[in-house]
Design a protein around this ligand. Structure first.
Ligand SMILES: [Fe+2]
Length: 306
């Protein structure tokens, strides 16, 4: 029988991807007990059996953000790396290509090259919009520019017993677009709840990660507001989410929250940690053993010189 969320759980979800402070009194110990019954992912050097899903985790192609002498040179270099990345993606044939946002540096230029690039990506694709695609505060007119190219501002896909849910994390910032905001909250709650009751393992993706290094870090450009981080993450754990894939940091990061790995990979535009350009291949088997290996697109020559 389908388990419906309690009113408080539902409100907590709203809090989690909304604007106001986290609710008091949610029964986290019960949620933790429920979650304890769930197998949690374990990173390994190599899978023992064939992966049950392989996801190419691609971050911030952000055309026009790379280091160069002019914006035009930056755009051209970023585009060249992105096209090489697509070649590699098509050779590797993952079950899913996930782009964790910032498809371009200037949202006004999103239709310049992406429509053609999208046609060339052979695997199923999910895109979580970034803050350069739909800047703060979210405006319906800008959402339309994005959806005219990518179809949806949030979406999910079911593959091999997994449900991957890509959300628009721009709604964690204040917006006057209440109808759009409410629509995502309701959709996300239903997607995650249905995944659990259907026995699907869920993976959540967004551009902005809930936190960069620690749950209690200060609010900044790179994380969710502290008022909703924990309620959001506890909600995911209570609903058996297994992984969280993000972008935005331009720094490669691996951390976890109550057994849920939160992963940020390399970009093809600019890596603040000077790592080489590329993406990550996440492979997960039935026991939730996983590998998350780097796939190089191009050496970071500027970093080597500095
Ligand atoms: Fe970015």
């Amino acid at each position: 029988m389908t388990k419906r969320l309690s009113r408080r759980e539902f409100l907590t979800t709203i809090e989690a991807i909304g604007l106001t402070a986290a609710l008091d009194g949610f029964n986290w110990s019960r949620a933790a007990d429920e979650a304890a019954e769930t197998i949690r992912p374990k990173k390994v050097d190599a899978l023992e059996v064939a992966p049950s899903i392989t996801i190419a985790h691609c971050c911030d192609p952000q055309l026009g953000f790379g280091e160069a002498n002019t914006p035009e040179e930056a755009y051209a270099a970023d585009l060249a790396r992105l096209l090489k990345e697509v070649e590699l993606l098509n050779e590797l044939k993952p079950d899913l290509v996930l782009y964790a946002g910032d498809m371009t540096n200037r949202w006004q230029e999103v239709a310049k090259d992406w429509p053609e690039i999208l046609k060339s990506i052979k695997a199923p694709l999910l895109v979580a919009p970034g803050n350069h695609d739909i800047p703060d505060p979210v405006k319906g007119s800008v959402v339309k520019v994005f959806t005219d190219v990518f179809g949806k501002e949030y979406d999910s896909i079911v593959l091999n017993g997994w449900k991957i849910i890509a959300i628009n994390s721009q709604y964690v910032r204040p917006t006057e677009e209440k109808t759009l905001y409410d629509a995502q909250v309701e959709w996300f709650r239903r997607e995650l709840e249905d995944a659990k009751t259907s026995g699907l393992r869920s993976i959540v993706a967004s551009h902005v990660p809930p936190f960069v290094k620690t749950l209690d870090e200060k609010d900044e450009y790179f994380n969710f507001p502290s008022t909703l981080r924990q309620s959001f993450l506890d909600y995911l754990v209570a609903n058996d989410a297994t992984f969280y894939l993000a972008g935005h940091t331009h720094t490669t990061l691996e951390r976890d929250y109550r057994g849920v790995p939160i992963l940020n990979g390399e970009t093809t535009s600019r890596n603040f940690d000077r790592r080489d350009f590329g993406f990550r291949l996440l492979k997960i088997d039935e026991k939730l053993n996983f590998t998350w290996d780097f796939v190089e697109v191009q050496k970071n020559v500027a970093a080597a010189k500095s």
